[in-house]
Design a protein around this ligand. Structure first.
Ligand SMILES: Nc1nc2c(c(=O)[nH]1)N[C@H]1C(S)=C(S)[C@@H](COP(=O)(O)O)O[C@H]1N2
Ligand SMILES: [Mo]
Length: 404
């Protein structure tokens, strides 16, 4: 089910060659910049052609029509980027992963941590998973456009999600190697990107605690995305991948990991990534964990479709709760629904692709709706529960199209 165990502890020769290609890329960019300064001063390194992306400040949203005709995975050239600040350029040769804290044997400190190099990680048992990473704010703009509610944050439509093939070392393996004890309760990876400043307050580097049970379950320290070394924007040399969970848990450019015998906190599980608003306690709800069930059509927003012919509508549905069971489509504003036909692979950690044919009855404006049901038997609701930061918009989306 999307998880491949690789018995051999040593990377294949091909992998090593691929990796050394990644290393020389790392050193080339390191010459131009060690950490902050670089020739091109944008927050994102990769090209962001307008046909593939909508840029929101330091972030880039994938256009859903860019998935049309693609296979199961989202190619790296169109995978969304969510940066609190900017993509750092890191030299894999000098990079070290540092582990410290009271949850490790001998309670190593950040000054005297347990360290692993990039090559140490490449030499450990590898695992590959096909999993989505999705921003918790994906769909946020629909709170405003569809529910007429005001929320703050990046106004993503539905393109703050992608499925990639992540290869790396299980975090569990690295924690064991670092001397994990039964005292450990929380694990907190921290990124090497610049400090995040919000409203004049310096909140430090992006970090978020993860309960040890999840850390030991299916979390990966990934060094490859879709069969290549991680691109700089997606966390080179190593990122965390936390399947099914809020995207912020998947810390990019990981530099250190605190392993603690007492619960940890950071702004990313207290100030952010909780539900706030009239229906929630003043300190917010519990820290968010799983992403909610969603669906998207592989169509431009306000797509133009020819009248007088039959169209094959395609889309994808995914859920942090596990595999999608079925998807229904309405082309008449939710009065009638038809089952879409799933095709290809459908993995619990990734998504389900589906299609349906539609012959528009005539020219005019229509709203397409896709409503998925996941393993838990729950279907996407008509309305997403309001929260001031606009997280977890899981309602059925009304996708406008014009037939003419
Ligand atoms: N170090 C670091 N890790 C990070 C972030 C960041 O800004 N810095 N953004 C997080 C958020 S909010 C999301 S949604 C995902 C996005 O991953 P991507 O940019 O590879 O798509 O990365 C997460 N990891
Ligand atoms: Mo995010």
């Amino acid at each position: 089910m999307g998880i491949t165990e690789e018995g051999d502890c040593r990377p294949s020769r091909r992998t090593i060659l691929r990796m050394s290609a990644g290393l020389s890329l790392g050193s080339a960019v390191a010459a131009a910049a060690t950490g902050t300064a670089r020739a091109d001063d944008g927050p994102i390194v990769k090209p962001l052609p307008p046909a593939l992306f909508v840029v929101h400040g330091t972030n880039a949203e994938m256009r859903w029509e860019a998935m049309r005709g693609q296979g199961y995975l989202t190619p790296a050239d169109r995978f969304f980027v969510r940066n609190h600040t900017r993509t750092p350029l890191i030299d894999a040769r000098t990079w070290r992963l540092r582990l410290f804290g009271s949850g490790l044997r001998g309670s190593p400190t950040l000054d005297r941590p347990v360290t692993f190099s990039y090559e140490d990680l490449l030499g450990m048992p590898a695992r590959t998973i096909d999993a989505f990473i999705e921003c918790t704010g994906n769909g946020r703009s629909l709170y405003t456009t569809q529910q007429h509610q005001s929320v703050s944050g990046t106004p993503w439509r539905l393109g703050g999600v992608g499925v990639a093939r992540w290869r790396g070392v299980p975090l569990a393996h690295v924690l064991e190697r670092a001397g994990l004890t039964h005292r450990a309760v929380d694990v907190m990876p921290r990124g090497l990107d610049p400090d995040f400043v919000d409203g004049g307050r310096n909140l430090g580097r992006v970090r978020r605690p993860l309960p040890v049970a999840k850390a030991l379950d299916d979390v990966l320290l990934a060094y490859e995305m879709n069969g290549r070394p991680l691109p700089p924007d997606h966390g080179f040399p190593v990122r965390v991948v936390v399947p099914g969970w809020v995207g912020v848990a998947s810390i990019k450019w990981v530099g250190d990991i605190e392993v603690s015998g007492t619960p940890l906190s950071s702004p990313w599980n207290t100030t952010y990534y909780r539900m706030f608003g009239p229906d929630h306690p003043p300190e917010g709800g519990a820290p968010l964990t799983r992403q909610v069930l969603k669906s998207a059509f592989e169509l431009p927003w306000d797509a133009r479709l020819d009248s007088g012919r039959t169209h094959r509508l395609r889309g994808r549905s995914w859920s942090g709760e596990g595999a999608v069971r079925h998807v229904e489509i309405s082309t008449d504003g939710g009065r009638t629904w038809r089952r879409a036909t799933p095709y290809g692979r459908r993995d619990a950690l990734g998504w389900t692709r589906w299609e349906i044919v539609w012959r528009p009855p005539g020219p005019g404006s229509y709203e397409l709706r896709a409503r998925a049901t996941d393993r838990t038997g729950t279907a996407q609701p008509d309305v997403a529960p309001y929260n001031t930061l606009g997280y977890l918009f899981g309602a059925v989306v009304r996708h406008p199209v014009t037939v003419g």
